[in-house]
Design a protein around this ligand. Structure first.
Ligand code: NAD
Length: 257
């Protein structure tokens, strides 16, 4: 399968899961738009590196996914969007009565609202092109709750709901919309949660990994970014034409409990 001629816009893709998905879609032949809220030389260098490695066109477009206008401008500036990967996300860990309001607002905006804005602009482009894929990076926390993560869990459950709705609205078109629900993946997002979790529970960082972070992941193994990029690639393949409105869990058995 070649994704040649397709353009993939991956939000929050200068790091972690988004970067690996973008790189892998580029290896499959898709032109790539990388994104984050920063505008550093390193960000543009990443795009140049992917272009040099794969021969596709790769651009970095700065846009802050906490701002509705930036979300919409990202897809407009991309000009074409056959594959939209809503991946940008942040986390904050605190009990709900101590949860900072600004963190709540930022998590809801970046992890959930951004997908509404990007999808709203991308769908007409997909309809015009006669093909489209919306892939939302939700989480096992889009299907199950854990304490101290109220904003993240609210946003990810919302994103799963949005996924189903978009799938129904596009069901009779050659467009699909699905959510990938990973368990814990060792990326910068999780690395920063280790000290926070240790502090919340009053335990060491090693104990936080074993007893809290991977407590619910029966495999006791982190998911890899490459595995998630493989799922995203599969969702872009003809085998996935009838897969829409669903959640694909990659969580070492977490949500079967
Ligand atoms: P990460 O911190 O490595 O990457 C997050 C990306 O989002 C980065 O590129 C960052 O620059 C970008 N970002 C943050 N704020 C932004 C903003 N305002 N505007 C634009 N971009 C912004 O984290 P990750 O682990 O790769 O997470 C990617 C996605 O996967 C997130 O939605 C996360 O919730 C989800 N997820 C991660 C895990 C995990 O264990 N790491 C598990 C389940 C789901």
């Amino acid at each position: 399968m070649s994704l040649s001629g397709k353009t993939a816009v991956v939000t929050g893709s200068n790091s972690g899961i988004g970067l690996c998905i973008a790189r892998t879609l580029a290896q499959g032949g898709a032109d790539i738009v990388l994104n984050s809220f920063t505008d550093r030389d390193d960000d543009h260098a990443l795009a140049a590196e992917i272009a040099a490695e794969t021969g596709v066109t790769a651009r970095y477009i700065q846009a802050d996914m906490s701002k509705a206008s930036d979300c919409r401008a990202l897809v407009e500036k991309a000009g074409k969007c056959d594959i939209l990967v809503n991946n940008a996300g942040i986390q904050h860990v605190a009990p709900i009565d101590q949860f900072p309001q600004d963190k709540w607002d930022a998590i809801i905006a970046i992890n959930m609202n951004s997908a509404f804005h990007t999808t709203a602009v991308a769908l007409p482009m997909m309809r015009k092109a006669g093909w489209g894929r919306v892939i939302n990076l939700a989480s096992a926390h889009g299907l199950r709750a854990s304490p101290f993560k109220s904003a993240y869990i609210t946003a990810k459950h919302g994103l799963v709901g949005m996924t189903k709705t978009v799938a129904l609205e596009t069901a009779q078109e050659p467009i699909t919309c699905n959510a990938i629900c990973p368990g814990y993946v060792l990326t910068p997002l999780v690395e920063t949660q280790i000290p926070d979790t240790a502090r919340e529970y009053g335990i060491s960082e090693e104990e936080a990994i074993e007893q809290v972070i991977l407590l619910k992941q029966p495999s006791k193994d982190f998911v890899t970014v490459e595995q998630l990029a493989g799922i995203a690639t599969f969702l872009c393949s003809p085998s996935a034409d009838q897969i829409t409105g669903t959640t694909i869990s990659a969580d070492g058995g977490w949500t079967s409990q």
